[in-house]
Design a protein around this ligand. Sequence first.
Ligand SMILES: *Cc1c(COP(=O)(O)O)cnc(C)c1O
Length: 373
Amino acid sequence: MQQNEAYLLLTPGPLTTSNRVKATMLKDWCTWDDEYNAGVVQDIRQRLVAIATKEKHQHHYTCVLMQGSGTASVESVIGTVLGNEEKLLVINNGAYGARMTEIADYLAIDNTSLNYIETQMPTTVELEQVLSSDPDITHVALVHCETTTGMLNPVEALAKVIKKHNKVLILDAMSSFGGLALDVAELGVDFLISSANKCIQGVPGFGFIIAKTHQLAACEGRARSLSLDLYAQWRCMEDNNGKWRFTSPTHTVRAFQQALNELDEEGGVPARAKRYRENQSLLISGMERLGFKPLLPTGQQSPIISSFHSPTHPGYCFSDFYERLKHQGFVIYPGKVSNADCFRIGNIGHIFIEDIERLLEAIKVSMPEQANA
Ligand SMILES: *Cc1c(COP(=O)(O)O)cnc(C)c1O
C-alpha cells in the first residue's frame, strides 16, 4: 500500500511526510555514538540556527532539541526561563495562546494575558497599554501563526513594542517555522519554539528551541521540571557534542535530518513558503467556487492552514463530510473556534498543487446535494 497516496494528512501536524523521510526510520541508532550525536544531532542544531537568522547573527543563537510534542518544548521554555520573581504576559487569540497561560498557571508562574477572540488580531495599541501599566511583566509570549484559525499574527509590529519595553520575547512559531520567512535576530526573538512535525516536514517526537545564547545561559537552576529543564538539556548537548540527557527519539531525529535535506533540495524556506502559498490560494479560490466562505479575511490569513465556515445546508454534518473525504484519501481537521462553526484544511506538509486539485474534486462530490448547487 502506498500510504501517501491512500491517505493525505491535510492537518497542521502531524502532517504528510515524504516516503524518503519515512524510509530513513528503518535504521536503529545508538544514542552515545558519534555518528548520531555529532553527525545527526549537532548537524540539525546548526542547520536550525541557520534557518532562523542570517549568518552574521548566528553566533548569538543556539538550538536545543527537546523530547515530546511541541507543547513539551513550550513548557520547557516557560518553565525554565522565568525566574521566581518574574512575570509573563501572554498575547492570546486562540487555543495555543491560551495553552501558554495554562502552562504558566500549572507551574505557578505569575502571569497575565492580553485576550482577544479568535477572529481578532492583536494590536500594538493594547500591548503598549498593558506593558506601560504593568511594570512587573518581564517576558512576553505570543503565537506567530495561530493554528486555531490560521491567523498570521502581526509579529513584526508586536515584537517592536516588546523590544522597546525591553522584555524577553518568547515566540511560538510552531506551525510557521520553516514555512514562512522569519528572522529571530531582526525580530529580537529570545526564544523561538517549533517542532519536528510541522513545516520542516518531519515526523512527531520532539520539538526545538532557538534561543539567544546569553539569555539561555542565565537560566541555570530555574526549571520547575527535571525532564523539561531547557538549560540542562542545552548544557548536555553543548558539553557532550550533541548528547541528549535522556533517551532521544532517534528514528524521529534521523528522519528530521532527512526532512532538512529535502527542505534544502526544494530551495529552502522561500521555495517552501511559495509552495504553501500556492497550495493555499488554489484551495481558497476553489473552495469559494464551491460555495464555501473562509473564516478570515485574506489579509489575516496565513498560508499554513485555512478555516472555512461549515455549510448551513441542513444535510451537512462534519463527521459525514470527514468520512467521505477520508474514504477518498484526504484527512481534514475539525474547527476550533468558539463563536463560529468551522472546519480546517492544512496546506503544509508534502502536499502539492495536484493534491489540492484532487482534494477540491473530492470535496465537490462529498457535499450534500443542494449545498454545492
Ligand atoms: C502544533 C502547535 C503546537 C504544539 O502542539 P503539540 O500538539 O503539542 O505538538 C503549539 N503551538 C502551535 C501554534 C501549534 O500549531
